[in-house]
Ligand binder design. Structure first.
Ligand code: HEC
Length: 147
């Protein structure tokens, strides 16, 4: 009896289904901004420069006042204690493809509006200011070059 390629494909498909059964990141490279707001979102330019000093300030907000770390984890790997029960899980900012797929403006849109249908709610202006958001974005994007 031969199982051949179809048998193998079914085995692979079964393994994949089991893997995605538990909570995971929802495709991190797919857009979150609604199509009709995308152009406006992408037009946002970060007023802060990605200097080591500004990235350090962004980390301070991320791990402090902003409360981002509770879900995204101290190192931004998406593994914070409050994120463990969320489905989809919080973003892991160490994904090297993330900053190419998403502009800073798209990140700003999500930080202001939340990502509908997920645990990511609005943090600006309720929790942090626009200026603090600009610094946090620099920190989050800096993580993509750190494996
Ligand atoms: C209560 C948990 C929680 C907290 C606190 C939180 N986030 Fe999130 N965040 C999430 C989840 C869950 C996602 C994934 C949403 C999705 O897949 O659409 C996410 C996604 C994101 C994204 C990715 C959006 C995209 O387009 O892929 C950014 C940027 C972000 N968060 C920034 C922040 C910042 C900045 C803070 C702090 C000011 C913060 N988050 C605090 C849960 C949280």
């Amino acid at each position: 009896m031969k199982f051949g390629r179809i048998g193998l494909a079914m085995l692979v498909a079964t393994a994949f289904t089991v893997n995605v059964g538990s909570a995971a990141e929802k495709d991190p490279l797919a857009p979150r901004v609604p199509a009709d707001q995308m152009a406006a979102a992408k037009a946002w330019k970060n007023p802060m420069k990605a200097t080591p000093d500004n990235i350090a300030k962004g980390k301070e907000i991320f791990t402090g006042k902003g409360t981002c770390f509770t879900c995204h984890g101290n190192e931004g790997r998406g593994d914070g204690p409050a994120g463990a029960a969320l489905d989809p899980t919080p973003r892991n900012f160490h994904n090297p493809k993330f900053p190419t797929a998403k502009t800073e403006g798209e990140m700003a849109w999500v930080i202001k509006n939340g990502s509908p249908g997920t645990g990511m709610i609005s943090y600006v202006p309720g929790v942090i200011s626009e200026e603090e958001m600009a610094l946090v974005i620099l920190f989050e994007r800096s993580l993509a070059t750190q494996p």
